[in-house]
Design a protein around this ligand. Sequence first.
Ligand SMILES: Cc1cc2nc3c(=O)[nH]c(=O)nc-3n(C[C@H](O)[C@H](O)[C@H](O)COP(=O)(O)OP(=O)(O)OC[C@H]3O[C@@H](n4cnc5c(N)ncnc54)[C@H](O)[C@@H]3O)c2cc1C
Length: 357
Amino acid sequence: MTQSVVIVGAGIIGAATALQLAKTGHSVRVISAGVPDATHAAFGWVNASFFIDDDHHHLRAAGIAAWHRLAAAVPVSVTWPGCLCWDVDVEATFAKLRAFDYPVKVLSQSQIAALEPSLRTCPKQALFFPNEGAAHSPDLSQQLLTAAQALGVQLINNVTVSGIAMQGDRAVGVETATGVISADQVIVAAGTGSSRLAQSMGATVPLVSRPAYIMRTTPLPPMLDHILATPEGEIRQEPSGQLLMPMAVGHQGDRSEMLTQSPVAAADDAMLRLRGLINGLDEVQWAETLRAERPVPADDLPIVGALAEGLYVAVLHSGITLGPVVAELIATDIAGMLSNAESAMLAPYRPGRFIES
Ligand SMILES: Cc1cc2nc3c(=O)[nH]c(=O)nc-3n(C[C@H](O)[C@H](O)[C@H](O)COP(=O)(O)OP(=O)(O)OC[C@H]3O[C@@H](n4cnc5c(N)ncnc54)[C@H](O)[C@@H]3O)c2cc1C
């Protein structure tokens, strides 16, 4: 049955979900308070080599497959350079990922040097994940929204949703400063704003504070061919030539609740680490630093599912990796058509896990 759907949020989760729902004939409106959001600031690494548990790995691997389906249908800024990683226990991670049948190789120092000749010093060993990708995240939401708008999705920009309009136990729309926008189905994909919206109708969507800085250089000549996950931090070079580095070392597992350095000091430090890793950067300075709040659920795992009749939530970290697969699953879930395998994929992430019994 087609429905009128309001999606709160135009980051990757809201935009990808709007596209999926429009494809299946729903009438969709996306409401966004506007940038900044996490999607614009993301490092953009699409991977399943970082994971919290086995189910989370499988969801992320499905995320990579969903990215390929998406990129075949819509022009999106994603490339598949693969990742060289030496910020983990190489042997143990190799064994774990091989057991999952995930594409992974162990490379020697000379193989690493051949793949990345700009590295100042190469580690003795690194893992190579040939199937991992990099998305230019500042463009993603707009690219997905443009495709969704071509299918009739309407975007309401720079409008803040203040609460969920309820009739009894059922959501019937969203509240804004100028009144209610009605819908059969509301999807809260509001990143760090999701908690407050859920709270407005008495539901719990617990998020923790995970602020982050990310740093970019000006466009530079080609010097890196892969995503690098190093003990000094994660780095990649975009097709534009800009080098990009989250300023927390190991940003995917970063659990800091606050930023202790100024953006200038943090970017200067990141630049020092970059110069130590890569030849030819002595005269290069950082060009931009961006602060963002990462949407991180209290147990680090995605929160995806119904909060009430007519009300659904999707909030997660690693949304660049997971956005396309989560969007596909949400569209199927709302239509009540999940297969057993799809239900099992979502089962660990249902919001009901936070309800105290
Ligand atoms: C520095 C950094 C690096 C990252 N690196 C990676 C990475 O390499 N790989 C990866 O997979 N993930 C990465 N992430 C995580 C990823 O960026 C997020 O998980 C993802 O962008 C979340 O998308 P979202 O759509 O849920 O939220 P957001 O992109 O934050 O979008 C939220 C949307 O909701 C809107 N909104 C909020 N409140 C309201 C309201 N009340 N009314 C109306 N609109 C509202 C906002 O305007 C915005 O449009 C990184 C994040 C950061 C910050």
